[in-house]
Design a protein around this ligand. Sequence first.
Ligand code: ADP
Ligand code: MG
Length: 235
Amino acid sequence: MTLTDTSPAAVDVRGVHKAYGAHRVLDGIDLALRPGQVTVILGPSGSGKSTLLRVINHLEKPDAGHVSLNGELIGVRRHGTRLKELSERAILAQRRRIGFVFQAFHLFPHLTVLENVAAAPVATGQLAAKEAQKLALGLLDRVGLADKAGAYPRQLSGGQQQRVAIARTLALKPGIILFDEPTSALDPELVGEVLSVIRDLATGGTTLVVVTHEIGFAREVADHVVFLDRGRIVE
Ligand code: ADP
Ligand code: MG
């Protein structure tokens, strides 16, 4: 894919600072995520990677700087002065366009695999139950788990559970998906199957941000690799 520097960023992070007490966790982050691009974030533990994803997804507010999503401001704060605040409703609408896949998959244990994937579009009123089931079956097929639709999460391996979690995220049709160390909780032999699903998404035009320690995967799939160290981007 060829994209010029002037194409609008799907997510634009500008001058973001975030501290917890005296601890500066993000120390002036500038990052543009272009539509359809795969950005991989590498960096040591504690460098602020998860916090950055949480700022992008509105789970944390920056102390200074701003983030915009498709040109719409997520939050604007400059030097501690709040300039604009979005309504809860606007925040929810934006968050719905961003999928988040965590290290721990958080599937509902009492629901089948199919129900886990179909639940969110029904709960958010996007689809009727029947349509959601159809969509969920298609997505399970896409992550190679169509034959597990009736199984419960405890009957699956960690890699399979993470693939269900990815299908569940896709069910909301997000334009951007943030992955926070999606393979870190997995046994080494299960890492490949999850990376292969992410690789497949990368060729499908979704904007992806992947925090990972898998350097080989980063080299192979990323359009853009970012190293974070003590809250700063070091290229
Ligand atoms: P990474 O994902 O790169 O390992 P994090 O973004 O999770 O790093 O955390 C960066 C630093 O911020 C760590 O030192 C962590 O302890 C601290 N931190 C993260 N979240 C909070 C919080 N809610 N309250 C206080 N400190 C936090
Ligand atoms: Mg983290």
